[in-house]
Design a protein around this ligand. Structure first.
Ligand code: SAM
Ligand code: SF4
Length: 323
C-alpha cells in the first residue's frame, strides 16, 4: 500500500502518454507550445514497467491522459498491455474527442468504458475561439458515438469568465435525454503562458447558484475520493457535477499520483515534480519503488501548501501535467 503521512492511501495514477495536442485550448497552452523530443517520452516498455511496480504496490486505477492521448502512436496496443497487468482493475481515458471515434468499439471490447470528453462549448464558432482549431463537428460526432456505444461519458467543461458562462444551462440541459455526466471545472492557472490569477469569480458556488436558478439540484452521493460534487436534476437521465479545482475542497481525500509524458512524478497537482521516473527506470530500477514511497510520504497536506513551495508557479501547461 502507498500511503502518505496524512493517512491517505494512493491507489490511482494519472498517466500522460504524450505532451502533444491537436487542439490549442487557450486555458491550457499557447499556440506556439514547445513539445519535447519524442525520445524524452516514456516508452511503452517503461510505462508497463512502471505500472507493474505501482500495481504491485496497490495502484488499481489508471487514467490515460495527455496532451491528447490518441496522438500517441500505438495507444491501443499499449492499452491492451496495461489491461492485463495484475492489480489494474480500471482504466479510464481523458480525451478531446478529435481522434477518438474510430477507437470506440475497440475500447469497448477492452472494457475501457469510462471516458472523459473535454468540451467547453456547444457552439461551433466559440469552439474555434477556445481551442484555436475547427474540430467542433468531429468532437460532437464522437460524443454521439460514445453514447451510442453505452460508454460512461463525463463531459469536462472548464468554466471561463467572459467566455462560456452563458452556456451553463445549455450544458445542464444535455443531461435531460442523455445518460451522461457534465462536470463544470473551475479554471486553474496552468495555461503555460504565465497568466496567473489570484482568484476566480466563477467558483463552484457561483456555478451551482447559476444553474439552480433554472433547474432544481438534488445532491447525490459522490464516489469515494471524487473530485466532483454531484447533483441530479429531477426527470433528467444524467447528472451534473462541479470540480472545485481552484478552490481545492477535495485535497483531504486525494488518492492520486500524476506522471507526465516524460516520466516526471507529482504527488500534488499544485506542487513541484518530485521524481524523474524515466531516469530511475534506466539507472536504478530497484530503487524506484522506495523513491516513490519516500516522495508520497513527504506529500503536502493540500494544494495550498504545495503551491507555496512550487518553484514554477503558473508557468506550466496542463498538457504537461495531464489534468
Ligand atoms: N487533451 C485531453 C483533453 O483535453 O481531454 C487530455 C488532457 S487535458 C490537459 C485534461 C483536462 O485538463 C481537460 O479536461 C482540460 O479541460 C483540463 N484543463 C486543461 N487546462 C486547464 C485549466 N487551466 N484549468 C482547468 N482545467 C484545465
Ligand atoms: Fe489539448 Fe486537452 Fe490542453 Fe485542450 S485541454 S490543449 S485538448 S491537452
Amino acid at each position: 500500500m502507498l500511503t502518505d503521512a496524512h493517512h491517505r492511501t494512493i491507489d490511482y495514477v494519472r498517466l500522460s502518454v504524450t505532451d502533444r495536442c491537436n487542439l490549442r485550448c487557450t486555458y491550457c497552452m499557447p499556440e506556439n507550445m514547445h513539445f519535447v523530443h519524442k525520445a524524452a517520452l516514456l516508452t511503452d516498455h517503461e510505462i508497463i514497467s512502471l505500472l507493474q511496480i505501482l500495481a504491485a504496490a496497490g495502484i488499481s486505477k489508471v487514467r490515460i491522459t495527455g496532451g491528447e492521448p490518441f496522438l500517441r502512436p500505438g495507444l491501443m496496443t499499449l492499452l491492451e498491455k496495461i489491461k492485463v497487468i495484475p492489480g489494474i482493475k480500471e482504466i479510464a481515458i481523458t480525451t478531446n474527442g478529435v481522434l477518438t471515434q474510430r477507437h470506440i468499439p475497440a475500447l469497448h471490447q477492452l472494457g475501457i468504458t469510462n471516458i472523459n470528453l473535454s468540451l467547453d462549448t456547444l457552439q461551433a464558432a466559440r469552439f474555434v475561439q477556445i481551442t484555436r482549431r475547427n474540430r467542433f463537428t468531429t468532437v460532437m460526432d464522437t460524443l454521439q458515438s460514445l453514447l451510442q456505444h453505452n460508454m460512461q461519458v463525463k463531459i469536462n467543461a472548464v468554466v471561463m469568465e467572459n467566455v462560456n458562462t452563458d452556456e451553463l444551462i445549455a450544458f445542464a440541459a444535455l443531461t435531460r435525454d442523455n445518460a451522461l455526466s457534465v462536470r463544470f471545472i473551475e479554471e486553474m492557472p496552468f495555461n503555460g503562458q504565465g497568466h496567473s490569477f489570484s482568484g476566480i469569480t466563477w467558483n463552484y458556488h457561483k456555478i451551482l447558484d447559476t444553474i439552480s436558478e433554472t433547474y432544481p439540484l438534488q445532491k447525490i452521493n459522490d464516489a469515494p475520493h471524487s473530485t466532483s460534487l454531484n447533483y441530479h436534476i429531477p426527470g433528467h437521465k444524467g447528472n451534473i457535477g462541479v470540480i472545485p479545482a481552484y478552490s481545492r475542497t477535495f485535497c483531504g481525500t486525494c488518492n492520486r499520483l500524476r506522471i507526465s509524458a516524460t516520466g516526471s512524478m507529482k504527488t500534488c497537482l499544485y506542487g513541484n515534480d518530485v521524481l524523474n521516473i524515466k531516469e530511475m527506470l534506466q539507472h536504478d530500477a530497484q530503487g524506484l519503488l522506495p523513491a516513490i514511497q519516500t516522495a508520497i510520504h513527504a506529500r503536502f497536506a493540500n494544494g495550498f501548501e504545495a503551491e507555496q513551495q512550487h518553484t514554477e508557479k503558473n508557468m506550466e501547461s496542463m498538457s504537461i501535467i495531464g489534468g
